[in-house]
Design a protein around this ligand. Structure first.
Ligand code: NAD
Length: 485
């Protein structure tokens, strides 16, 4: 036995191989007791016909080693290719994407010298489900799916992270004023869980003003927790205002497996030139060492890295005349860090990690099942243009389909009410949502009743393209109202 821990490593695409080589050189020089299983991911796998960007045999390697250090990859543009990053995060249950961002002013120029925040991004759900359909000639849809267990895990992780890292405030960002179901559930669960952490300040911001504040006043934030897509966008904004996208590392944490990487992509524009900044991946690797219980080595590397920045050894993306002393290539930068192993920064705070800290473990729970779910109606989606897309004509046809059990309540077109009483200005696509509710509200609807309704609609010659059942949960409406309903 070598006493070394075996991890999975992928060199990736673009600048990936250069920054991985630099990072592993530093880990080795610092004495990290690691051995590597190298797997191939990304472009090469895609171009050999693997639509997921990862070979089947690599899954076992990643699952066996449990820790995966990954360089960025290039996802080919165009149809048929699924993002390998998203596939790995979701398939392995890597529910929390942790992205600390800090300003290293004045050595790395930033308008916000005190910027020091962590974005905790939900990593498995939201619009990244990748469930998309073209439903009519004019309309496509992407489904946004979120779950109570998924939201609880990420919100709890954010508070546990704040506690473990001595952070004082957690800000939740959603668009719950518009997406009352999906984002509304996220902010509701955030408020529920926040009360369990009375020592940590909790607040909520709408994502649009939140993003604006992150761009213009990021020093007011400490920990930010948000949904997958918003987290993706705001972490690039924050990385950029901190100084360079080349600096930030990130961890993707699951119950069993965790993956560590840089925030940035494969930067094909500078690939192969030995000019990329390896700091993002190095910071990901430092998070990995802490996760693996090698906090002392993480500390040594991070302090040497800070000292390197202070000494003005800078890659091109952060090079600044008057402040920088050496424009270093990727490998030269790594050598400069190696030369400073054992040294501490003189201007920045010296980094110390709690050596006793255990990885944050949020036990993931399913929702209780003792909730009464009642069917109250159905939304029927139609592909229809009629003579001149007149909602009154469609409404009359659908009224005639009601039968004994249902009543047509409203028709919307891309969410806006067009029946009854369409404003002449309201634009109509070929995609209509027609809402039927049960006439007798004292009883739940049955699937038999719904099938009869659908049969009537079919006999009327109307083309339905999908249906969505309407439920209440413990009497609370489980669907949004149409705009104007
Ligand atoms: P990018 O992050 O690769 O590059 C954006 C800009 O930042 C470019 O000008 C680039 O030169 C610069 N940059 C990025 N990293 C740098 C570094 N370490 N040092 C110096 N400069 C750096 O984003 P992009 O151009 O939108 O995407 C390129 C490819 O990367 C795409 O195929 C995309 O799908 C992929 N991507 C992969 C990941 C990942 O694997 N985790 C993440 C994001 C994007």
């Amino acid at each position: 036995m070598s006493g070394k821990k075996r991890i999975t490593v992928a060199y990736g695409d673009g600048i990936g191989p250069e920054i991985m080589k630099a990072t592993l050189n530093i880990l080795e020089a610092a004495g990290a007791p690691l051995e590597y299983d190298v797997i191939t991911i990304g472009e090469q796998v895609y171009l050999n016909g693997g639509s997921t960007g990862i070979e089947d045999s690599s899954w076992d390697t990643i699952r066996k080693n449990k820790v995966f250090l990954k360089s960025p990859i290039t996802t080919p543009q165009g149809g048929g290719f699924k993002s390998m990053n998203v596939t790995v995060r979701k398939s392995l249950g890597l529910y929390a994407n942790v992205r600390p961002v800090k300003a290293y002013h004045p050595y790395v120029r930033s308008h916000f010298p005190d910027l020091n925040l962590t974005i905790i991004r939900e990593n498995e759900e939201d619009l990244y489900a990748g469930i998309e359909h073209q439903q009519t000639i004019e309309v496509v849809q992407t489904l946004k799916l979120v779950s109570r267990p998924g939201i609880e895990s990420i919100v709890r992780y954010a508070f546990e992270y704040a506690k473990a890292n001595n952070r004082k405030k957690v800000t939740c960002m959603t668009k719950d004023n518009i997406m009352k179901q999906a984002d509304g559930l996220f902010s509701k669960i955030f408020r529920e869980i926040a009360v369990e952490y009375p020592d940590i300040e909790a607040n909520h911001m709408i994502i649009d003003i939140g993003s604006a504040k992150l761009a213009n006043n990021p020093e007011m934030f400490d920990v930010v927790v948000t949904l997958n897509l918003y987290g993706d966008i705001i972490s690039d904004i924050v990385a950029e205002v901190a100084g360079s996208v080349g600096m930030g590392g990130s961890s993707n944490v699951g119950d069993k497996v965790s993956m560590f990487e840089a925030i940035h992509g494969s930067a094909p524009d500078i690939a192969g030139k030995n000019i990329a900044n390896p700091s993002g991946l190095l910071n990901g690797a430092i998070m990995m060492l802490v996760h693996m219980g090698m906090a002392d080595i993480a500390e040594t590397i991070e302090n040497a890295w800070l000292r390197t920045l202070e000494d003005g050894v800078h890659t091109g993306d952060i090079y600044k005349q008057g402040m920088s002393t050496q424009r270093a290539g990727t490998q030269e930068f790594a050598e400069a860090v190696i030369a400073r192993l054992g040294q501490k920064p003189e201007q920045f705070d010296v980094v110390t990690y709690n050596k006793e800290a255990k990885p944050i473990n949020v036990s993931r729970r399913y929702a209780p099942r003792n909730i009464e779910k009642e069917l109250v109606g159905i939304d029927v989606f139609l592909d229809w243009i009629g003579e001149d897309r007149d909602p009154q004509v469609l409404g009359d046809m659908l009224k005639a389909c009601e039968g004994d059990f249902f009543e047509l309540k409203i028709i919307t077109n891309r969410g806006v009410k067009v029946y009854p009483d369409c404003l002449p200005e309201t634009f109509r696509s070929d995609h209509w949502r027609c809402r039927y509710l049960r006439k007798d509200e004292s009883k739940p609807a049955t699937l038999d009743e719904i099938l009869k309704l659908m049969s009537n609609i079919n006999k009327a010659g109307l083309e339905f393209i999908k249906t969505e059942q309407l439920y209440t949960f413990d009497g609370v409406r489980g669907y949004s109202l149409g705009q104007g309903e």
